[in-house]
Design a protein around this ligand. Structure first.
Ligand code: ZN
Ligand code: ZN
Length: 411
């Protein structure tokens, strides 16, 4: 186990730089039961900062697996009304949300993908309103991780349980800059650098990007008035927060009707407790028209059939290969980390804030502006040190954006 002092520093960064907790604000934490020690530290620190109330929403991999294996089919097809109401009521009162993601990447590998698809669809429908709060930054929220045994063993299979957990703690604290003397200043500097990158791209207003790498030749159209974001975000109430710890990406919304070509994954994807690996998607006019996967073909099939929007893109994110997460050389089997090691795209819902005025647009307006909607948002990794990206300007000229997996311009 990592020393308490390190966990305290991590809790501080989560509350100050992650959600930027305000005095008298309620905190809603989703945490694995294995992480009870850290969740308690987080609660103590939050009350120390003047939190009004701290609610922990416990999750337990064992119970989840028992449910997916044994519960009746109709349980898979429904999402409890009280849970939807609980989450929405916290959002309505302006709570801040911390989600601690630490699922065993192999948890549901043996469960019938039909059952998983039914459950995620039911949750997707029930949590539509709640999702709007997050994806429009109407509340402050952050996603972080702490090691659990099963997850740590997946990354470090040759180590004993305790050793694997300690190794993963070591990696996480480096990536969230908690190993530095002054993590708050380190985060301010990092946010500053990400801001320079997205300001450069916003200025350019490329009409499309062309991504080339082994197995990938993809043209990604960008909506008029698209906005690149990265690092800190600003909530509706003007509170600056970091939605992901760690974060290394700058991202925007692809045009939902203008993506063409083929893209190959470069890292496995842990989707809802099952793994998808070595997969390829082919797009025409924004829609996936062909796909194949060495592992998880069925899971991709269900994902693409989830709804109309799950066959289109909702995000393109650029991450240079110098990212400390990429440099670790590890595969984390956890999207929060893997997506920050690699350029990625997401199937499903786009962030409305990625286009000018998007947070105030209705569904039809978002559609007209090329902004995708779906019940899902699933990031997958396509970057490597072999990826080149060109930006195409309105007059048709090409400019280098990425060469050999990193920025082709100086910041
Ligand atoms: Zn992303
Ligand atoms: Zn994403």
């Amino acid at each position: 186990m990592v020393e308490r002092i390190i966990q305290e520093k991590y809790a501080d960064i989560t509350l100050q730089k992650g959600i930027n907790l305000q005095k008298n604000q309620t905190l809603f934490v989703t945490a694995p039961v294995e992480g009870a020690e850290f969740a308690r530290i987080l609660a103590e620190k939050a009350y120390g900062l003047g939190a009004k109330n701290v609610h922990i929403n416990w999750e337990d991999d064992t119970i989840t697996k028992l449910k997916y294996t044994n519960a009746a089919e109709e349980v898979m097809e429904t999402f409890p009304e009280w849970r939807k109401e609980m989450q929405e009521s916290f959002a309505e009162e302006g709570a801040a949300f911390v989600s601690i993601h630490a699922t065993d990447p192999d948890l549901l590998n043996e469960v019938d993908p039909n059952r998983i698809a039914k459950a995620s669809k039911a949750a997707g429908i029930a949590l539509k309103n709640f999702r709007e709060y997050m994806m429009n930054d109407r509340v402050t929220w952050t996603v972080i991780s702490i090691p659990t045994k099963a997850w740590a063993k997946k990354i470090f299979p040759n180590q004993m349980d305790e050793e694997a957990v300690a190794s993963l703690w070591n990696e996480i604290i480096k990536m969230v800059r908690v190993d530095q003397d002054d993590p708050v200043t380190a985060w301010d500097e990092h946010n500053n650098n990400l801001q320079k990158a997205h300001e450069y791209l916003n200025e350019k207003q490329y009409e499309k990007l062309i991504l080339k790498a082994p197995g990938t030749n993809l043209e990604v159209g960008l909506p008029k008035g698209h906005i690149w974001q990265g690092g800190a975000a600003v909530s509706e109430k003007g509170i600056v927060f970091n939605p992901n710890l760690p974060t290394e990406e700058v991202f925007t919304a692809p045009h939902k009707y203008n993506v063409n070509g083929t893209v190959s994954s470069t890292k496995p994807l842990n989707y809802g407790g099952t793994l998808i690996d070595n997969f390829q998607l082919t797009f025409k006019d924004g829609e996936v028209v062909d796909y194949k996967a060495e592992q998880g073909q069925d899971v991709i099939k269900h994902l693409l059939e989830n709804d109309e929007g799950s066959r289109r893109l909702g995000e393109i994110a650029l991450v240079p290969d110098e990212s400390p997460i990429s440099q670790s050389g590890l595969i984390f089997y956890n999207t929060l980390f893997d997506e920050n090691a690699s350029c990625h795209i997401a199937l499903g819902k786009a962030y409305p804030t990625n286009v000018e005025g998007g947070a105030d647009m209705n569904e039809a307006e978002l559609d007209q502006n090329g902004i995708n909607d779906s019940m899902v948002h699933v990031d997958f990794m396509i970057g490597s040190n072999e990826m080149d990206i060109d930006g195409v300007k309105e007059d048709g000229t090409h400019e280098a954006v990425f060469r050999n997996g990193t920025w082709a311009f100086s910041l």
